[in-house]
Each structure stands twice: as C-alpha cells, then as structure tokens.
Ligand binder design. Structure first.
Ligand code: BEZ
Length: 250
C-alpha cells in the first residue's frame, strides 16, 4: 500500500476522530502504550495528552514522517506489525485503531502472538477493526463492475466476525474480555466521496489495470452506489466495526 499522507490527513481525518472513543477504553494513569498502526500520529498524540507514555508504530514511511514532523516530542518507529520486534513484556496496553483489517487472515496469528509478547502480564490489547460486513456495498459494486469487464475482484481486507476473531485472539494466549460488532454509518464530507475513498484505500485490486479503465470502473461504481449511499447531499458508507479488549493473563 502506498499512502499519500497529506491527502489521508486532509480527507480522512474522520478515521482518527472516530478512534477517539477507543482511546477512552484505556483506563489507568501513566501507562506504557504501543499505538500499533499509528498512521499520522493523531491518536498517538491524544494518548500522550492523557498522560501515557506512548510509542507509535506504522509501516508507512510517509505516515511516520508526517507523524514525526507534526509531533516531534513523541516517539515513532517505522515497522510492519507482522515483523515488529519490540522488547517483550514492555507495554501495559497495545492499542490499535482501524489497522488490523489490512493484515491478511493468514498473518493475523503472527501479529496477535507479537502483541501477546509485547504486553506485560495483566496488560490489555484494545482494538478496533472493520468487522464482518464492513463497507459491503462498496466491495459488492466493485466486484460487479470488475467482473462485468472480465476482471477479478479479490477482497483486499479482512473483516472478521466476533466468533472468528475471538478464536484467533485466544489462540495467541490472550483472554478475550469484551467484543462488540456494530454498524457505524460513516459520512464522507468530500462531495467526491466514494471516488476518493476507493482511490485511497482500494489499490491492489487495480494492479495492472490502466488508469483510464480504473477511472471508468470507479465512475460506474459511484453511480451504482448513489441510490443507496447518497442521501441529502452527503455520502454515507456502511461501515461496521469490531471493537474489543483482551488481556494477557497475569
Ligand atoms: C475501515 O476503517 O473500516 C476501512 C478503511 C479503509 C478501507 C476499508 C476499511
């Protein structure tokens, strides 16, 4: 994935805004927190403002650079969650907002084991990712328009059910304490909403497809989505969240 950090920060700041509720799930004072997939660092900064000692980690050089430029007083590392090597038993909390759905199903266990190792005994893994059914209408329209042109659409995200994810979490040694799957219809302030959303987030399925054909496909997808997702002059995407908390047993 190539991240355009500037566009991300300008047009998709709602990702971090919605994540503020997840930060409220961090209970305690002066905790050591790993912000896994910290993006442009907005939530890392909010966690620090609450008095915690936080390390931001992200795999995108552009986003980590932006985070370091905007929050020079905070610490950020460039690393992939699948390969991260953080000192064992060093965090009270591993926090992750809107990141884990980027990791394929077959690599989830590796990441969860790394989270387990990074946590102190008694530490908490507080997370939110796209849940089962997340943004279904966009992916269904993309599949339909690509197949109509003889192309394949391979879903580039992992959006698990509570049952499936809880099983993976517990296989890593963590104990699931809370999990919620809920609809969170998400308004896009941008009038060109779905086009920019697809351009930003759905990259791999368009590999090898010319820019002209890509643009035609996206135009057709936008028109297919308009009757169901465009209301009163605003685009609203059918987000579903899987939010939870797990504990490394003491
Ligand atoms: C999400 O946060 O649910 C999400 C963001 C981009 C693409 C797909 C899902």
């Amino acid at each position: 994935m190539e991240w355009d950090a500037e566009t991300y920060a300008q047009k998709f700041s709602f990702v971090a805004r919605y994540g503020e509720g997840l930060v409220e799930m961090i209970h305690g004072e002066g905790l050591s927190v790993l912000d896994l997939g910290c993006g442009d660092g907005s939530l890392t900064q909010l966690i620090a403002q609450k008095g915690h000692h936080v390390l931001g980690l992200d795999a995108s050089p552009d986003l980590v650079k932006r985070a370091r430029d905007h929050y020079p007083e905070l610490q950020f590392v460039l690393a992939d969650a699948v390969e991260m090597e953080v000192p064992g038993e060093s965090f009270d909390v591993v926090f992750s907002n809107a990141v884990l759905h980027w990791i394929p199903r077959e690599k989830q266990s590796v990441v969860l084991s790394r989270i387990f190792c990074a946590l102190k005994p008694g530490g908490r893994f507080i997370f939110e990712l796209g849940g089962y059914g997340n943004t279904d209408s966009v992916h269904a329209a993309l599949r339909c328009e690509m197949e109509r042109r003889g192309l394949n659409y391979t879903m580039p995200f992992y959006f698990p059910t509570i049952g499936e994810y809880a099983q993976l979490v517990e296989q890593s040694g963590l104990l699931m304490r809370k999990a919620f799957l809920f609809d969170r219809p998400t308004l896009l302030a941008d009038p060109d909403g779905p086009r920019n959303w697809i351009n930003m987030f759905v990259q791999d399925p368009f590999n090898g497809i010319s820019p002209a054909v890509k643009s035609q496909i996206i135009t057709a997808v936008v028109e297919q989505l308009r009757p169901s997702l465009y209301r009163d002059g605003t685009w609203c995407i059918d987000y579903v969240r899987l939010r939870g908390e797990a504990e490394r047993p003491a």
